[in-house]
Design a protein around this ligand. Structure first.
Ligand SMILES: Cc1ncc(COP(=O)(O)O)c(C=O)c1O
Length: 475
């Protein structure tokens, strides 16, 4: 296995067997090792071997039968495989870039038993409002159409979101300017594919949210990072990027940013708006975390959308994923009505609109008021977890790293005093059963780590940091 290769591990395995078969080293009918044997032999996750075998089966190289395991197909000889359907050529085509190999590896480590998981940007099960949602679901009466409905979302749901935005975010958005989406992720997708063209230059925070980066690359955009410090991005950079590359849009997550946890200061927000307005550069503001101020912290500044005059050149995205549950997939985008309608057309083409059943749940959840109590508990729990993490970092990592103290959201950004190759980091994390995301995933230079304190209960955080310290000592 070439651990530094960008080729996924399962493909490396599949390719190895394809070569063995085509070159005649493995003859028709020969048995391949069992998935278990091979995973033990290579020291990798069994699911990787399963994926490789499934690829080989799909291309017709091997067959699996109950009782006799996986064997080279009897019907194969010589050039036959070349004529078989090779799904790999399809899978490696298409416009979606594959998930970064490093992200896949960290996910595998995070999924292993007993790993302390600081890599996932989502809440632990005990912080999800499962009971509240179950109770609401028991009350639910379906009043909305169950046929193909309005791709923007039903008027009633958009009215509820409009009121929610006004009360909680001080954002004015008429129902007509709101489009319901399957999470903020889909909103990002729609903006990218409907409003931009391959080759367009866009500015984004450096570092920035990993799944926006991959989405932009898939859409053929040219990405330019705007440097940041502890107060968020430096607005003047927009001017440089505009003059040099004619950027057509900027994407920002100004409050409790993923991955750095930083918040763009009020003065920088104003300056950014001014610079973008002068140059007519639309801003896409991704705002999943701003209701999650930690206790004792000053509330964050108003959003760019709320601060902008008229607000017309800010597209504003939100979601219930971070304060309620990602499985909800309830998201939205606020845009001038014509733009929202154009995005809705594309959404119609994609999936016919956000599920009306989930719209009922969203309406009920936001109007019942139960979420306010949940949010207060959540902020307390996240504050305790953040504090635990800070104390443990001070104790165990004090001289090896520096970090920013998050005032809200899920993430703590940690800069290491020495450069550590990602491959080595991953190997040691696996050995010590702790998972964090290397900064390179977010386009960061130097050695940095994103630690999420949302995923593990308070009493596991110190142990996780102790393991991380052991990883860094080894390196
Ligand atoms: C900055 C940012 N934007 C968007 C998303 C996607 O959110 P959703 O679950 O609403 O699609 C995430 C999730 O981690 C995020 O951190």
């Amino acid at each position: 296995m070439d651990t530094d290769s960008r080729e996924p591990r399962y493909r490396q395995i599949a390719r190895y067997f394809e070569q063995q078969i085509v070159s005649g080293q493995l003859l028709p009918g020969s048995a391949l090792p069992t998935e278990r044997e091979l995973s033990v032999r290579l020291g990798i996750n069994r699911s990787t071997v399963t994926a490789a075998y499934s690829d080989l089966r799909a291309s017709g190289f091997v067959q699996s039968t109950q009782g006799s395991g996986t064997r080279v197909s009897e019907t194969l000889w010589g050039d036959t495989p070349k004529r078989g359907l090779n799904w790999h050529s399809y899978v490696s085509g298409g416009s979606f870039v594959p998930t970064l190999a490093i992200v896949r590896r960290v996910r595998e480590i995070a999924a292993a038993p007993d790993t302390v998981v600081f890599s996932r940007g989502e809440l632990s099960a005990d912080l999800l409002p499962s009971d509240q949602l179950s109770a609401l679901l028991r009350e639910l009466t379906l009043s909305m159409p169950l046929d193909y409905a309005n791709p923007k979302g039903e008027a009633e749901t958009r009215e509820v979101i409009s009121a929610h935005l006004k009360e909680q975010y001080r954002v004015n958005a008429a129902p007509d300017e709101i489009l319901l989406t399957s999470g903020a992720q889909q909103a990002l997708h729609l903006v990218t594919h409907c409003l931009l063209n391959p080759g367009d230059a866009v500015g984004l925070e450096g570092p920035s949210y990993a799944y926006s980066r991959s989405l932009f690359v898939s859409a053929g955009l040219r990405l330019f990072q705007m440097p940041m410090d502890e107060h968020g991005l430096i607005p003047e950079e927009v001017v440089q990027l505009y003059n040099k590359h004619k950027i057509r849009m900027i994407f920002v997550n100004p409050t409790y940013q993923n991955p750095t946890g930083t918040t763009l200061s009020l003065s920088r927000r104003r300056r950014l708006l001014e610079l973008c307005e002068e140059r007519r550069i639309p801003i896409v503001e991704d705002d999943p975390y701003s209701l999650l101020a930690l206790e004792g912290a000053a509330p964050p500044p108003l959003s760019l959308k709320a601060l902008s005059s008229g607000g017309g050149h800010v597209l504003y995205m939100g979601t219930l994923s971070k304060m309620a549950a990602p499985g909800f997939r309830a998201g939205w985008i606020v845009a001038p009505s014509g733009v929202a309608s154009r995005l809705a057309e594309a959404k119609q083409e994609m999936d016919y609109g956000y599920s009306t059943i989930l719209q009922e749940v969203t309406k009920l959840y936001l109007t019942s008021g139960v979420w306010q109590g949940h949010l207060a508990d959540l902020r307390q729990a996240l504050t305790r977890r953040r504090n635990r993490m800070l104390t443990a970092l001070q104790e165990h990592l004090g001289n090896r790293a520096e970090w920013l103290v998050p005032q809200g959201g899920y993430y703590l950004w940690c800069k290491l005093n020495r450069k550590i190759p990602d491959g080595e980091l991953v190997r040691e994390m696996e050995a010590h059963r702790v998972a964090v995301m290397p900064g390179s995933v977010y386009g960061a230079e130097g050695s940095s780590l994103r630690l999420s304190y949302a995923r593990e209960p308070e009493n596991r955080i110190e142990e996780g940091i102790r393991r991380l310290a052991a990883v860094l000592r080894r390196l």
